[in-house]
Design a protein around this ligand. Structure first.
Ligand code: CP
Length: 301
């Protein structure tokens, strides 16, 4: 059993499917008092609504108590304390640490300086493995299967950590990928090489409308202003895609639209009322999946 969840690669296909099973059980029985002697730290060095609150709710629903912070400016980091010392201190108080940090590799580093399990809640543009687990849960729930689906990833495929993790995890399930992005935000070469090595096919396009009618999962993403060093580069691409309800007239019946959220302009509000919109339920699913991950890493399921 892995000690941490830092990268989606830390979980095997069998473990991913096991988390889906446990999460289904937690969705049916939303409060299970199995961790009432445990304390969970949620330490967030970067803004979050869904990930932090769903982790905190997950811990509460399992009977655990929660400590942490949502803004490092209110901690001794502001006085110059290092990440290493901060993690070592927090480790003294808790049984498991959930960390979000803007630096790629920060969660892995944290796991190397603490004896308690660490869950990566997002490290820069690198990985967001618990988002991937809830995406997989949502895909399985809406499609009734994970195998042989056409998954259309749209938007910021360069900096989007959620699409990088999802691509790697779905590679276990023989997908076909469509990458819809502007030239500036194309899927990085390393991920395309990974797919080639796995024998997984992909198609690239700049046009959002081009493959909508052959898509099972439309995974929309926000162009993330906070990842751009050059404000002009961001201005050039920030409104590149906008999905509207009128564009969904020829889609497959089973199409579901996912988005890790927050959205800005990339999905119009009129899409929310279509049967294809699934992003708010997807965010709810995150709570059950995070209950499953905490319980699994603490050896309870
Ligand atoms: N999907 C996601 O990570 O949302 P938050 O940034 O609000 O946690």
């Amino acid at each position: 059993m892995p000690k941490n969840l830092i990268s989606i690669h830390d979980f095997s296909k069998k473990e991913i499917l096991h988390i889906v099973d446990i999460a289904e059980d937690f969705e049916k029985n939303k409060s299970q008092n199995i961790l009432n002697d445990k304390v969970v730290a949620c330490i967030f060095f970067e803004p979050s609504t869904r990930t932090r609150l769903s982790f905190e709710t997950a811990a509460n629903r399992l009977g655990a108590r929660v400590i942490g912070f949502a803004d490092a400016a209110n901690t001794s980091i502001a006085k110059g304390e290092s990440l290493k010392d901060t993690i070592k201190m927090v480790s003294n108080y808790v049984d498991i640490i959930v960390i979000r940090h803007p630096l790629e590799g920060a969660a892995r580093y944290a796991s190397e300086v603490t004896p308690v399990p660490v869950i990566n809640a997002g490290d820069g543009a690198n990985q967001h493995p618990t988002q991937t687990m809830l995406d997989i849960y949502s895909i399985n729930k809406t499609q009734g299967r994970l195998d042989d689906l056409t998954i259309n990833l749209v938007g910021d495929l360069k900096y989007g950590r959620t699409v990088h993790s999802l691509l790697q995890a779905m590679s276990y399930f023989s997908p076909h990928f469509i990458f819809t992005s502007p030239e500036e935000l194309k899927m990085p070469l390393e991920y395309k090489r990974f797919l080639k090595d796995q024998g997984i096919s992909y198609t690239e396009t700049r046009q959002l409308s081009e493959y909508l009618d052959s898509t099972d999962i439309l995974y929309m993403t926000r162009v993330q202003q906070e990842r751009f060093n050059d404000p002009i580069e961001y201005e050039n691409v920030k409104n590149v895609y906008r999905l509207e309800a009128s564009m969904l007239s020829n889609v497959r019946d089973n199409l579901k639209i996912l988005h890790p959220l927050p959205r800005v302009n990339e999905i119009a509000a009129d899409v929310d009322d279509t049967p294809y919109a699934y992003y708010f339920k997807q965010a709810e699913n995150g709570m059950y999946v995070r209950m499953a991950i905490i319980a699994y890493l603490l050896g309870y399921r």
